[in-house]
Design a protein around this ligand. Structure first.
Ligand SMILES: [Zn+2]
Length: 248
């Protein structure tokens, strides 16, 4: 209480103003608490999910490409077989070979035709699979694009809301600073000391004419009397805050 020797409280104290400042700071605090932090966390999580999905789709696309390559290989094999069949057919009617050789060529031809039928079936089957996979991939991609758009709209909405809030907070901070500058010396010393000790809610008021508004303690009758008589510097016997005569 060193200050009370320097400043004699009383005539210049303006509790109305200090209380107004306190209310302003409480409003600012409530506004800051309304900052949509949870939404920010949710959005960040959503982004991670979408990116993971995108990575999966890229992998699926890569797999599809490999699958198509395999089919191309099968088709090349089919071409090679067809060429060999054509060659053998030519040789069979060329009169250049012995009966034994012709038999062996005939056998080879049968083998090749069976392999060709096998390749043909596999290619048909694989092609059908590719068509299904491609359709599935396209559907997944479209769905992802839609959800990405939805996510981006939500981010935009969130950013706008956040910026509005930050702008309001900035305005309030300026307002509070101006308010503090306008306080007289006594009030400012009081404000700095008390808010250093009690935080934003440094000034208490009479609640229902009997209670401390901050700690809800029932006040002693002397205290109540003094506060109602507008004496300066009367404190709550429980939390120690100065009580200001403003009935709620
Ligand atoms: Zn109290």
């Amino acid at each position: 209480m060193a200050c009370s020797f320097v400043f004699k409280w009383g005539e210049n104290m303006n509790y109305d103003q200090l209380y107004e400042l306190q209310s302003l700071k409480l409003r600012r605090e409530a506004m800051e608490k309304s900052y949509p932090k949870e939404r920010e966390v949710k959005l960040r999580r959503r982004k991670q999910e979408l990116l993971a999905e995108k990575r999966d789709l890229i992998l699926l696309e890569e797999k599809l490409r490999m699958h198509i390559k395999d089919i191309h290989k099968l088709q090349d094999e089919k071409e090679t077989i067809l060429e060999e069949i054509a060659r053998i057919n030519e040789d069979l009617y060329s009169n250049k070979f012995t009966a034994k050789e012709l038999t062996s060529m005939q056998n080879r031809l049968e083998n090749l035709e069976s392999t060709l039928a096998n390749r043909h079936n596999r290619i048909e089957k694989e092609n059908a699979m590719i068509v299904a996979k491609r359709a599935d991939l396209k559907e997944k991609k479209n769905s992802l694009v839609d959800r990405m758009k939805d996510y981006e709209a939500k981010v935009e909405e969130y950013l706008q809301e956040r910026n509005r809030l930050l702008e309001k907070l900035k305005q309030m901070d300026e307002q509070i600073q101006e308010f503090i500058m306008m306080l007289n010396v006594e009030d400012r010393v009081f404000y700095e000391r008390e808010s250093g000790k009690y935080g934003i809610e440094m000034l208490s008021i009479l609640k229902k004419g009997r209670f401390c508004s901050c700690c809800s303690m029932l006040l002693e009758s002397d205290t109540i009397f003094a506060v109602k008589a507008e004496s300066v510097g009367i404190r709550c016997q429980s939390c120690g805050r100065v009580i200001y005569n403003l009935e709620e």
